[in-house]
Design a binder for this molecule. Structure first.
Ligand SMILES: [Zn+2]
Length: 375
């Protein structure tokens, strides 16, 4: 699903009505700060807001301006995300340089700065300087799920917009009604995806992710019976599935890149668009790879958390993998409460390690060997 207009944002009525009011009154601030938990639609809303600011129909979702902004190919709307673990001073200097130039085709240049809490102190101070003397016709949308990490001086310079978390039951109802899918399937998917709306929709639309889950749960179930060689094989199978996916993504991206040349206004414009698109594509691949590994680890976690629930005699309605209850019950005879706890620690540790530039295959294998040891 491509979310493209106000109507596609779910469960954030208050934030949306405030933002719409800014657009309709024409009374725009130089800087906004979107605050709220991860996965509730802040980034999507930021894109829709950026299109509403620039679209003649105030965010129709269909015109070329809206489409370009949503697809992140608009020459005047910039995405800034952490490079590695931080947003650096160089990135902010780049903004400083660009922001003073006139917009290419839009009324306003817009900068979406994601995970603004990850700015280095130098970067944050440089951004503060820009916000103190904002360039004309430029709007900043800062996004964070961790307000404690944002400099108070930056917070006070922005118009703050709060996003709230949405109850899983509300998400289930909405999705059943929107997509006409039966309750059991939506409920399973909602549990597996941690009840985050965007993730639920993604999971319903992606067989790949559900298959990935099946592979992981299957492996978790038989882990103890594998010898060392089989275990390494299984680890490589998970990795090669991720690699296949990234390969397909790259092909799609190459096609996208070819299209850009066609829409360019001039040679220079084409080169500029292309450079930005290549950077975005690289980021997207990095993000998708990271997400794929995070999925794998999350599915492992969900399995051991369920075993923890069963061995600890907690209520069944806390189970995530409700479609595997019998398999989980059988396996929980071989694993203790402490064993499941230890397994969860091992997975957490692997998750932490994967944030750094490590050999992912090796990290995964080490995790599998360690998980095999728990009892
Ligand atoms: Zn439009």
């Amino acid at each position: 699903m491509i979310v493209a207009s106000w109507n596609d944002i779910f469960g954030q009525t208050e934030a949306v009505s405030k933002l719409k009011h800014f657009v309709s009154s024409g009374n725009l601030n130089h800087a906004y700060l979107f605050i709220g938990p991860q996965g509730v639609g802040k980034h999507t809303t930021a894109k829709v807001f950026a299109s509403a600011i620039n679209c003649e129909a105030k965010g129709c979702g269909k015109c070329s301006c809206c489409v370009k902004i949503i697809n992140e190919t608009h020459p005047d709307v910039f995405q800034v995300v952490p490079e590695g673990n931080f947003i650096t001073i160089e990135q902010v200097r780049e903004i400083q340089k660009e922001a003073n130039l006139k917009p290419f085709e839009a009324g306003f240049k817009v900068y979406l700065i994601d995970e603004v809490e990850k700015m280095t102190l130098a970067a944050a101070n440089a951004l503060l300087k820009i916000l103190e003397e904002p360039p004309v016709d430029v709007i900043f949308i800062l996004i964070t799920s961790n307000l404690d990490g944002v400099l108070p001086t930056i917070i006070s310079r922005c118009c703050q917009i709060y996003f709230r978390s949405i109850a899983t039951e509300v998400i289930i109802d909405e999705i059943m009604c929107r997509y006409k899918i039966d309750k059991d399937r939506v409920e399973l998917v909602a549990r597996v995806s941690g009840g985050i709306f965007g993730n639920v929709v993604e999971l319903l639309n992606s067989n790949r992710k559900l298959k990935r889950r099946e592979s992981v749960l299957y492996l978790a179930e038989k882990l103890k019976r594998l010898d060392a060689l089989e275990l390494v094989d299984e680890g490589s199978r998970l990795i090669s599935e991720v690699e296949d996916f990234l390969g397909e993504l790259k092909l799609k991206q190459e096609a996208e890149l070819a299209e850009v040349e066609e829409i360019a206004l001039s040679k220079a414009h084409g080169a500029r668009l292309k450079k930005r698109l290549v950077e975005k594509q690289k980021r997207d691949r990095g993000r998708e790879e990271f997400k794929a590994f995070e999925d794998i680890l999350d599915f492992f976690s969900s399995w051991y958390r369920d075993i923890l629930i069963i061995t600890g005699c907690f209520k069944n309605n806390f189970l995530t993998n409700i479609d595997c209850e019998e398999r989980l019950r059988n396996l929980s005879k071989e694993l203790s409460f402490q064993g499941a706890q230890r397994a969860l620690e091992i997975i957490q540790e692997t998750k932490r390690i994967l944030r750094f530039n490590v050999n992912k295959q090796l990290a995964l294998e080490v995790m599998l060997f360690k998980l095999q040891e728990v009892a």
